[in-house]
Design a protein around this ligand. Sequence first.
Ligand SMILES: [Zn+2]
Length: 351
Amino acid sequence: MAYDIDKDRLLDTLRACVEVESPVGYYPEIHEWLRAELAEMGYEMTVDNNATAYVRVCGKSSEKVVCLGAHLDTIGLVVRGINDDGTLRVRQLGGINYHSIEGETCLVHCRDGRAVAGQVICDHHSTHVFDDARSRERTEDTMAVSLVADVASAGDARALGVTEGAIVGIDPHFERFDNGYVISRHIDDKAAVAVLLDVLRWLAQTGERPAFDTLFAFPIYEEIGRGGSWVPDEVAEYVAVDITLIGPDYAGSNEHSVGVICSDAKGPYDWDLTNTLIACARDACTPGRWNTQVCFHYSTDANAAALHGNDLAAGAFGMACMNSHGRERCHVDALVETERLARAYVMGCGR
Ligand SMILES: [Zn+2]
């Protein structure tokens, strides 16, 4: 199998995807973008009632249906109230680290279709004004969104279209470096979306057929734990492509590597399927650039799918990502290794 992976194209796709707003549950823009990307390759996108997008590719065998998923959603906020001064009280959508989003710009998606620019601030926001500006704990009750507009009251904010239930996306601030590094928010999981789109592009261009009928799934509720809560009955295996980790418990993992997740916060993945993924990595990835991991602080849509009673085997792998749920950092090498593993899995390696 030839592995003609175009690094520039991968990073261009990542950037384009990262720059489309898709905080948890807000899918109109990302669905439109994804539908157009897929149409250009000749694929038709379908969407289920849970707002998961799918592409189906016929395999050499219809003996079973396998599914590879990458979530479209990013961590974000939802407006829960408006203060008297017009700043917005918020609630996290996904595992927000308020320290990492302080000062960041954002976009408030109103229910009437308008969008208003904002900035995430602490209520004691300026070191020149508040004695405890440095030490005050950053929590959901001390952090707010300040609209980037002449707003001095709740009425001013409402006049712009902001209401309780508006959803807030945090700006990605994508930066690409000449040596292959990328720093951006939402590499989780837009990097995996870019990889799966490149796998689909490769299948379309080469005419290769997957080993089995294959569904590519793109859920929008992963960051709150239910992106994989429903999976079509026909799916026998659900493999999530999601970030893997870098740190003390992740020996051998760095921004150049792909990890196979053997177990996570919700317990182990399917034994045989995980061993298949390990065999794929051994066969297709660069020696020294793949590892196995136990990601006990988080979970994926694949384990969510199994936990919610779907009759399937779950597996997961993905590119290593530094500084997760902050301004995340990866290297294009990790995307390349992830795509190698994904292609190997799709083609039935290790069976
Ligand atoms: Zn993720």
